[in-house]
Design a protein around this ligand. Structure first.
Ligand code: BMA
Length: 323
């Protein structure tokens, strides 16, 4: 498969001409950077981004930005929407980061899975909300080092499923674990491994936005980290997971499908990072708006198509790459 295209990857995701769509300068209060937003469409069609906002201490909190068209006219909460609460949740002492939003039909609530930066390392925490104004914290659901996590929107075999990324110092693979009640987690399974050697996704991978349910399986965007002499490169890959058995990878692409190229992705607090944590799907059921953090500094938007991603996987993916 590798090598039958000249371009490093096809333009499966197209950058919006208004990028970056949100920066710290848009914030109604003092902020150093805004990036890595979770995304969802509210019942009335409003696009809600739950943005990671880094303050001038380097600590992050989450703030909601709402827009009728998902592009501009953002109404940003005048104060932090979800702040670290270390008095009751000590694992949030150094901030909360990188939210992924999943609407759980069964509960009629949005699950926000985020990284809590504890003194013991980054870990996965969960909060539930109906309106992104009041939140019910469930606390840590995966201990350090673990991050890049999201819930699937429905139970499988009677259990909620969490995709997450435990890590050690040299490697980080994607795992899936299940729970009957969102509090107790078990049955841990390795879902997708980082490749090795010179691969673009060697050694360290992690979930990007929550997997997208399609008739053919869960379409999962993930990031691969290439470590170079000049720093790390964060790019995106695609895999397809079995609908009723998400630990089973059906197809995995060879090349990356999106990576830092534009100036706002290449230069910022952390150069060469494109880091999506959320997307919305259009009324056609196919078009995707992918919201991503660029260079850990601002928020950008790229558009794509579910059908095109699946077609690309048919031509550039294989089950072999899953192993
Ligand atoms: C990851 C996370 C992201 C960040 C990325 C690039 O490990 O911390 O929040 O965007 O690194 O710095």
């Amino acid at each position: 498969m590798i090598g039958h295209r000249n371009a490093p990857y096809e333009p499966l995701f197209r950058r919006h001409e208004k990028n970056p769509i949100l920066t710290a300068a848009d914030w109604p209060y003092s902020a150093h950077t805004v990036f890595n937003p979770g995304a969802t469409l509210l019942q009335d069609g409003t696009t809600l981004l739950l943005c990671r906002v880094e303050d001038h201490r380097g600590h992050s909190h989450l703030s909601a930005a709402r827009s009728a068209n998902g592009l501009d006219g953002w109404v940003i909460d005048a104060e932090p929407t979800l702040s670290p609460a270390p008095d009751n949740y000590p694992e949030e002492i150094w901030g909360i980061e990188d939210p992924r939003i999943t609407f759980l039909e069964e509960l009629g609530k949005y699950a926000v899975v985020y990284t809590a930066f504890s003194k013991g390392g980054p870990c996965v925490a969960l909060a539930m909300t109906e309106d992104f104004r009041q939140f019910e914290r469930y606390g840590v659901i995966m201990q350090p080092d673990d991050k890049d996590a999201a819930l699937l929107p429905r139970r499988i075999d009677g259990k909620f499923e969490l995709i997450h990324r435990p890590a050690n110092h040299t490697t980080a693979h994607i795992w899936v674990t299940s729970s009957p009640d969102l509090h107790n987690w078990g049955t841990h399974k390795l879902l997708l491994r980082a490749r090795k050697g010179s691969w673009w996704d060697a050694n360290k991978i992690g979930l990007s936005s929550p997997p997208i349910e399609t008739a053919r399986g869960w379409l999962m965007l993930y990031h691969g980290v290439r470590t170079t002499a000049a720093g790390s490169l964060y790019r995106l890959g695609v895999a397809l997971l079995a609908l009723e058995k998400p630990e089973q990878c059906l197809l995995r692409g060879d090349a990356w499908v999106f990576g830092p190229e534009a100036a706002y992705e290449c230069h910022g607090d952390v150069d060469k990072v494109a880091f999506p944590c959320g997307y919305t799907v259009g009324a056609d059921g196919d078009s995707i708006r992918l919201y991503y953090g660029a260079a850990d500094t601002c928020i950008a938007l790229a558009t794509g198509s579910i059908a095109e991603l699946l077609d690309w996987l048919d031509h550039h993916g294989s089950a072999e790459h899953c192993r």
